[in-house]
Design a protein. Structure first.
Length: 366
């Protein structure tokens, strides 16, 4: 089990990851709160609720259930949940535990940041994506019809506790989806972390905690380091958007039905590496090294039928765009990226088409 300190604008909080991390709640000052609520999904709570309460020693939790899926990240759902909290007696001194994946963390964090002008929350991430990325850093959001995560706040949790034990209930596909985010972090820092993932034989299984835990911990350390240096996305934190500009466009183009988020990021990593090569920023050898690791995680849903012009049209909707300029995060090599502006959309579309062709050829030859 490992622990890091994150420095937020108004307070510091701990991020604890590893087997037994939930027990950190035994040392948390719960006596400061008038009541405890847990926002979660019914199936997830049925599978892990008793284990969580046993590990934490919490016996007076009031569960509030949210339907599973991205469709729950809406303002009407926030209003409904706020009403439920009010009816259940939640006040300004209540604590909201967010027990779930990225949807629960984003939605619940936004709910906590706005309920009675803000209450404290604790992140208890239960997916790989949430454990290594979205639960750390305080970003919250809900979707609108026009853009994913358009409405949001910065509302850091008072504590983040991530136990990889809970990952055992993930489907193989959901587990792989999260590992693409781990690969993203490895591309950012390179070095021994990237090499360790390259040298892994049979890809990590959810039940192999001894092998999995140090990899997740290293990925979390990357996120913590970036957040500590740039909590509010002034500049440095943009690097965490690696692969996401293309990834978000892919999600939007397919109405969030074809790709899990991490899968879209996986394609986004491949696409931005191809773009880097087209811009002569990234060498062919380094692009191939990145591509091998991304594809090592596992199969990705197809992209061959997608309209590259439609993808290009969606790219400027990236939330890191400023004054119409996309701030691309382009790898120069494994372990180093640069922020690039002024890339013509036609160049990005051409890079995506090239990736489509090469992916189709690889699939045909296999």
């Amino acid at each position: 089990m490992q622990q890091w300190k994150v420095r937020s604008k108004h307070f510091e909080y701990d991020v604890v990851i590893g087997r037994g991390a939930w027990r950190a709640l035994r040392r948390f000052p719960l006596g400061n709160y008038s009541s405890l609520f847990v926002l979660t999904e019914a199936g997830l709570w049925k599978r892990w609720g008793r284990c969580f309460q046993r590990e934490t020693g919490l016996g007076r939790l009031q569960p509030v259930f949210v339907p599973a899926g991205e469709g729950s990240k809406t303002l009407p759902m926030v209003e409904l949940l706020a009403s439920q909290l009010l009816k259940s007696g939640a006040d300004r001194q209540s604590l909201l535990l967010l027990f779930g994946g990225g949807v629960i963390g984003d939605l619940g964090g936004f709910l906590a940041s706005t309920y009675m002008r803000g209450i404290d929350c604790v992140q208890v991430p239960t997916t790989v994506v949430a454990q290594v990325d979205s639960a750390v850093g305080g970003k919250t959001a809900v979707n609108t019809r026009t853009m994913k995560n358009l409405i949001g706040t910065f509302h850091p949790a008072r504590l983040v506790v991530a136990d990889p034990l809970v990952l055992a209930s993930l489907s193989p596909r959901a587990f792989r989806s999260g590992m693409y985010e781990v690969v993203k972090h490895a591309i950012l820092v390179g070095g021994s972390f990237f090499r360790k993932l390259e040298q892994t034989g049979d890809w990590l299984r959810t039940g192999d905690l001894d092998a999995l835990e140090p990899i997740l911990a290293r990925a979390v350390a990357v996120k913590v380091d970036v957040v500590n240096r740039d909590e509010r996305e002034e500049q440095l934190r943009h690097v965490l958007n690696l692969g996401h500009t293309f990834g978000h466009a892919l999600e939007e183009a397919t109405h969030y039905r074809r790709f899990l988020h991490g899968e879209a990021v996986g394609w986004g990593l491949l696409a931005v590496a191809r773009l880097g090569r087209c811009l002569n920023v990234l060498s062919t050898a380094e692009e191939e090294r990145i591509a091998r690791l991304v594809r090592k995680v596992g199969p990705l849903p197809p992209i061959g039928d997608l309209d590259s012009a439609r993808i290009a049209d969606l790219l400027p909707q990236d939330k890191k765009s400023v004054r119409g300029q996309i701030h691309w995060v382009i790898p120069e090599r494994v372990g180093k990226v640069r922020i690039v502006t002024g890339v013509p959309l036609s160049t990005a579309a051409a890079a995506f088409r090239d990736l489509q062709r090469s992916s189709s050829q690889s699939h045909s030859s296999a």
